[in-house]
Design a protein around this ligand. Structure first.
Ligand code: ZN
Length: 302
């Protein structure tokens, strides 16, 4: 499920133990957050990874390869400059590195630090460490208009640690602390909405669990996330309260300027242009909507 089967199985066991403990009112044995043991089967792989802030094994292996590659480059340069303190790997490793575009040209070029790739004849060589990592390394380049700006490229990071930190920040996922917030168990339903499998009839329909996605309360249109949050007349009172609360928190004119898609995004994920404290309040207000609407108090399938 997650890429490393043992890790996935341990998590799965923890989710099972926690679900049972929650059912038996035994809080000591709850080992994971409620939003995890409240998940349904058939949960989408990428949506689940985004929810957890985890990276795939492939992504983590790619970072390890790139870090070793960076170490080899630093060591090669240190060896050239007679600076033994900065030699981080054995000579037989940095000796494998091909030259760069800058090595071949006497001009100052924007892509001077791109590494020349080696020619390969077989697929197995094409996917081996050096050719594969050179492709990944060169793919990180951003073509800036000015030569001086090219220094901003991630490959030119000053140290291995800064390269790694910047790569993680720009290319990998990180757990979202907002997803751990909870208001009266509302975060289980909040997570289910984000994962696209909740009590809403459009979600159940998309997983072939029911025959008809139309909202059973108003019969106006399919009961998807947008309909539930923005339009279903059944929740008008809860919705008015929610909209007044977020209008007070942000600004009425700002709320009025938002389209439906942005409003639903704020409801599900918060607003990444705002600070953590404001987002925390937005998430808790959304969960109060979920709890007060009582839409999720019924059994999943009736
Ligand atoms: Zn409806």
């Amino acid at each position: 499920m997650i890429g490393e089967s043992s890790l996935g199985l341990c998590l799965f066991k923890k989710m099972q133990v926690s679900k049972l403990a929650s059912k038996n009112n035994n809080p000591e044995n709850i080992l994971v957050q409620p939003y995890l043991y409240g998940l349904f089967k058939n949960t989408g792989y990428n949506r689940l990874l985004n929810e957890l802030g985890w990276d795939t094994l492939d992504d983590r292996r790619k970072l390890s390869r790139l870090c070793l590659f960076k170490k080899m480059q630093v060591s090669k340069l240190a060896s050239k400059n007679n600076n033994p303190e900065n030699i981080l790997v054995q000579p037989y490793l940095y000796g494998l590195l091909p030259g760069t575009v800058g090595d071949r040209s006497g001009y100052v070029l924007r892509n001077a630090s791109k590494v020349d790739n080696v020619k390969t004849r077989l697929v197995v060589s094409y996917n081996s460490f050096i050719p594969k990592t050179i492709r990944d390394w060169n793919a990180l380049f951003i073509e800036y208009w000015h030569v001086e700006l090219a220094e901003n490229n991630i490959q030119n990071a000053g140290s291995i640690d800064s390269f790694k930190a910047r790569y993680k920040r720009e290319y990998l996922r990180s757990p979202n602390p907002l997803f751990k917030l909870d208001f009266n168990n509302g975060n289980i339903h909040h997570t289910c909405l984000r994962l696209g499998l909740s009590h809403l009839r459009a979600h159940l329909f998309s997983h072939n669990l029911i025959d008809n996605p139309v909202c059973q309360f108003c019969n106006l249109e399919p009961e998807d996330t947008d309909h539930y949050i923005l339009r279903c007349p059944t929740y008008n009172n809860v919705r008015v309260r929610y909209l007044m609360e977020i209008a007070n928190l942000l600004h009425p004119t700002y709320i009025a300027s938002l389209d439906d898609e942005k409003l639903v995004n704020i409801f599900l994920y918060g607003d990444n242009e705002l600070n953590f404290e404001t987002n925390k309040q937005l998430i808790l207000m959304a969960q109060a909507f979920l709890v007060d609407s009582k839409r999720f108090d019924v059994r999943l399938l009736r």
